[in-house]
Design a protein around this ligand. Sequence first.
Ligand SMILES: C[S@@+](CC[C@H](N)C(=O)[O-])C[C@H]1O[C@@H](n2cnc3c(N)ncnc32)[C@H](O)[C@@H]1O
Length: 280
Amino acid sequence: MNVRAIVMEASLALTAGKWVYADRARYTCIGTLAPTMISADILGDQIAYYRARAGEYDQWWFRTGRYDRGPEQNARWHADTAAVDTALETWLAARRPREVLELACGTGLFTRHLAPRVEHLTAVDASPEVLAINRARVAADNIEYVEADLFSWTAPQRYDAVFFSFWLSHVPRGRFEPFWEAVAAALHPDGAAYLIDSAFDRTSTARDHAVPDQDAGIVARKLNDGREFRIVKLFYEPATLAARLGELGWSAVLHRTTNYFIYGHAQRHTRAARSSVAAQ
Ligand SMILES: C[S@@+](CC[C@H](N)C(=O)[O-])C[C@H]1O[C@@H](n2cnc3c(N)ncnc32)[C@H](O)[C@@H]1O
C-alpha cells in the first residue's frame, strides 16, 4: 500500500469514526462510510478488480472453485439463480421492451437472456476483458457493446428498459440519487428499470473472503491468485429499497429469492404524478 493510500484511508477512518487496518493485506473492511468518502481510488480499484477477475468471474455464478460451497448450499444457490432467470424472462415476455440498455453487462450472464428477447441491446461495461467474454458467449448481432465508465457515461438515447444486475450494489451511497436520475434520463417516459442484485447472505461470496459486514459499504475481494482489491458493496432489502426509490419518484416492485438475491422493476412516476405527490 502506498503512502497516499494510507493517508487517504487513515483520514477516511478518522472522519468515519472507524478504525482501518494499516496493512492492506490484512484489511477487511473500512466500516460505514459517509457518502462523500468513497474516493475515486476505490471506484478505480473496482474497475481494476473486475478487469483482473474477468476470466474467473463466472465461477461465482456457477459455484465452482472458491465459490463451491458444497452440494447443499450450491443447490440453494442454483435454485435462486433459476428463480431470477425465470422472473426476468417472465417480465420481458410481459413487457416486451424493444430497445434495452444493459449497464455493467459483465461476462454476459444476463446479456444472454436479454439479447434474444429484444430488438436491440446496448451493453455497457468498463472492462474490455469482460466485454470480450460477453461478445464471444452471446454472439448476437443485435448488441452494441460500449466500453465506458458508468460514473461518467451518458446514455446517447432513450430506451424502453434499462437493466442492471449486480451493479446497484457497487454504486456508492452518495451516488445513489444521481445514478437513478441517469437511469430515468435514459428511459422513455413510460420505460422501466429492471434490477437483480445481492441480498445479504454470509455464504454468497467466496470461501476465502471475510464474512461481509452488511453495512460496511466497502469490502475486500480476492482473486484466485491472492491479489486483493477494495470494492463498494451495499446490500439492499426489497422493502427499504422500494421505499427509498419511492422518495425519488419511482414505483418499485421488488422481491427477494429464498436466500441470495433481490430483483424486480421500477418505473418513474409521470411528471404530473410527481408534482401531485410533492404538493401533498
Ligand atoms: C458484479 S459485476 C456484474 C456483471 C453482470 N451484470 C452480471 O450480472 O454478471 C460488475 C460489473 O461492473 C463493471 N464495472 C465496474 N465498475 C464500473 C464502472 N465504473 N463503469 C462501468 N462498469 C463497471 C465490472 O467490469 C463488472 O463487469
